[in-house]
Design a protein around this ligand. Structure first.
Ligand SMILES: [Zn+2]
Ligand SMILES: [Zn+2]
Length: 257
């Protein structure tokens, strides 16, 4: 299985996962043109995509979906409530509804869907399995619910939100209501919350972490990485490679062997 971040951050998210024959995207939060360009730089073709899974209706996860599906007629997997909140009409033939908790099989890729704690209509995370490997895609989670911890335990790799540094958020310029929203149980995970989650719940099968959905205003790559190493350094049994994702460009394509 190969995986990459096509875009990650508070202004656009898109994640790529493939096995030999099939591929999926999770979210389409940047323009269709950017998705295709960034995939092409990694040598990836849109023709291999069997579906785009949508986590929730916030614009940083769905902005490019309309144009992307119009141009390429790739099936969209979305909950009916998220679709209602989206407000745009997608072509019926490419629309597939899933209920949170459902498993979707596309070729040899199996996508487990589960609800997460975030201030959207019906927000979902995904755990994607193929070729004996499992990758969790978990951004925009306000707290670690039982689903999050159990999927972390079973993951060989994870795209995990590391949204904000506590001090930067507290002392930053955001208005108080927005600070409270971000730090709430239906907002985002801080660097410390994300690193603690791994410290406490990752199993030794975890080999790769993509630190994801970093805030442009309340975080820096150095702080996210420093916090991660501080906590993960306490687990001698873990040998984890870490990738810092970017909103500006795609990550490398990582193979899980
Ligand atoms: Zn969101
Ligand atoms: Zn988001």
């Amino acid at each position: 299985m190969n995986i990459a971040s096509i875009a990650s951050g508070s202004n656009g998210n898109c994640y790529y996962l493939e096995n030999n024959d099939d591929a999926i995207l999770v979210d389409a939060g940047i323009s269709a043109r950017q998705i295709v360009e960034r995939m092409a730089r990694l040598g990836l073709s849109v023709s291999k995509l069997r579906g785009v899974f949508i986590s929730h209706e916030h614009s940083d996860h769905i902005r490019g979906l309309d144009a992307f599906t119009k141009r390429y007629a790739i099936p969209v997997f979305i909950t009916s409530k998220t679709y209602s909140s989206y407000g745009k009409i997608l072509r019926g033939s490419s629309l597939n509804f899933f209920a949170p908790g459902m498993q979707v099989q596309l070729g040899k890729i199996c996508v487990n869907t589960f609800l997460k704690s975030h201030d959207a209509t019906e927000p979902c995370s995904f755990s994607v399995s193929a070729e004996g490997k499992t990758v969790a895609v978990m951004t925009d989670i306000g707290c670690k619910c039982a689903s999050v911890t159990s999927h972390i335990q079973n993951a060989d790799a994870v795209f995990l939100e590391s949204n904000y540094d506590d001090d930067m958020l507290r002392t930053g310029y955001y208005p108080p209501y927005l600070k409270a929203r971000i730090a709430s149980d239906s907002g985002h995970l801080s660097n410390t919350q994300a690193a603690r989650l791994l410290l406490e719940h990752a199993s030794s099968r975890l080999k790769h972490v993509f630190l994801s959905h970093l805030s442009a205003s309340n975080n820096t790559p150095e702080l996210a990485l420093g916090t991660f190493h501080h906590f993960i350094g306490q687990r001698n049994d873990l040998k984890v490679e870490v990738t810092l994702t970017s909103r500006e460009k795609e990550s490398a394509l990582v193979s899980l062997d």
